[in-house]
Design a protein around this ligand. Structure first.
Ligand SMILES: *Cc1c(COP(=O)(O)O)cnc(C)c1O
Length: 388
């Protein structure tokens, strides 16, 4: 599919699944072992190697990983977790589900990431963790965050759903720090259908999360029903069912070796958008971090200037859709969802930078198989819609 034909809907995201991945799925199905087993073990080892992480746990989704990580904090009523209002709802939801209170810190004025300089002011005696989100694949400024965490004895849980392949000051996200959680949802930079992974260093935490991931059982099924296994097991803890299947890992094993090429193509497309859109006055393009970094370009998000465009963001997105161009909305400000307003008293004006972004941001089509020609089609339609 090259999406050059104007009558064909061009989506904002599309997974690239190789024939080898499809063949591996079939092999897995034929093998007789389709749930968590040897392919998940191999995928975890490949991820640990790619990320430079001592431990990686594959899970059923990033949300599952974030949820277990919140549970592992053993939050008491009133305990607080600091995060950003500009994120997917899951980041906040898991805090509440685990019994915590989300404390939000606005995004920096020229960035889509949490304002690291403002986090110190949000820390209270009840703060237990900081959960930064590497928005779109641009790394959060982690040095000041880890310095604060060390000073106040807090965990840092990096929502790295957008950031596989991202580097911060020469180091890959996942290779250092406390805990990083990645997503393999179909829209993300690599996919396993649904799925996620946790990178971590603390061996006690590895043990705790392994139990939470699979019924609190001290042995996973593969270790029990395999030839060398022992069918007996103990329940150490009431756990969840958050394991990844071998069917998913079969896809992941072939996605991971393609990741760097996928991200390189995403960067090329992002640069092409920037080269064009920086000449237009209808958009503000998010500034890039001043510190050394490598961007994973999970999303390409310009901010539409309503006045200059003569229409608001939602109208612009509808017009593009009428012209067969798909876009994404990442994200609406999480604190303004009814649940969060009603239960935590958030209101418009609380986080002005994030709200301004949330009202004007959109995600343009960006995926590794998008051709230059199809991207030019996106730009042509944008010109037409804006009357340029
Ligand atoms: C996609 C995403 C998640 C959730 O990932 P799933 O694998 O779909 O559970 C969490 N946080 C952010 C920022 C995301 O983009």
């Amino acid at each position: 599919m090259d999406f050059n034909n104007e009558t064909e809907f061009l989506p904002f995201s599309r997974p690239s699944i190789s024939r080898a991945a499809m063949d591996e799925v079939v092999s897995c199905l034929e093998s007789g072992w389709i749930t968590t087993g040897p392919r998940v073990k191999k995928f975890e080892a490949a991820l640990a190697d790619y990320l430079g992480a001592p431990h990686v746990l594959a899970v059923s989704s990033a949300t599952a990983g974030l949820h277990m990580m919140m549970l592992a904090l053993d939050l008491k009523p009133g305990d607080e977790v600091i995060t950003t209002p500009l994120t997917f709802a899951a980041t906040l939801n898991v805090i509440v589900i685990a019994g915590g209170k989300p404390v939000l810190v606005d995004t920096a004025p020229d960035s889509l990431n949490i304002d690291a300089q403002k986090i110190a002011r949000a820390i209270t005696p009840r703060t237990r963790a900081i959960m930064p989100v590497h928005f779109a694949g641009a790394p959060v400024d982690l040095d000041p965050i880890y310095a604060l965490a060390q000073k106040h004895n807090l965990r840092v849980i990096e929502d790295a759903a957008h950031a596989i392949g991202t580097e911060y000051k020469g180091k890959r996200i996942g290779s250092f720090g406390d805990v990083q959680i990645f997503s393999f949802h179909p829209n993300k930079n690599i996919t396993t259908g649904e799925g996620g992974a946790i990178a971590l260093r603390d061996t006690k935490l590895v043990e705790r999360l392994s139990l939470l991931r699979f019924h609190g059982m001290d042995r996973e099924a593969w270790d029990r029903f395999g030839k060398k296994g022992n069918q007996n097991y103990e329940i150490i803890y009431p756990g969840y069912k958050y394991n990844m299947m071998d069917i998913q890992a079969a896809i992941g094993l072939h996605q991971l070796p393609q990741l760097d090429a996928f991200n390189a193509r995403r960067a090329e497309l992002a640069n092409r958008y920037t080269a064009e859109l920086s000449k237009w006055d209808q958009f503000i393009l998010p500034a890039q971090p001043a510190y050394p970094h490598k961007h994973a370009w999970h999303l390409y998000n310009p901010l539409l200037q309503t006045e200059k465009a003569g229409m608001d963001r939602d109208t612009f997105m509808s017009r593009l859709k009428e012209n067969n161009i798909g876009t994404g909305l990442h994200y609406r400000a999480a604190h303004l969802f009814p649940y969060y307003r009603e239960n935590f008293g958030f209101k418009p004006g609380d986080f002005p930078n994030a709200e301004k972004v949330a009202d004007s941001i959109l995600s343009l089509p960006l995926f590794p198989t998008l051709t230059d020609e199809a991207q030019d089609r996106v730009i042509r339609v944008m010109k037409k819609v804006l009357g340029r």
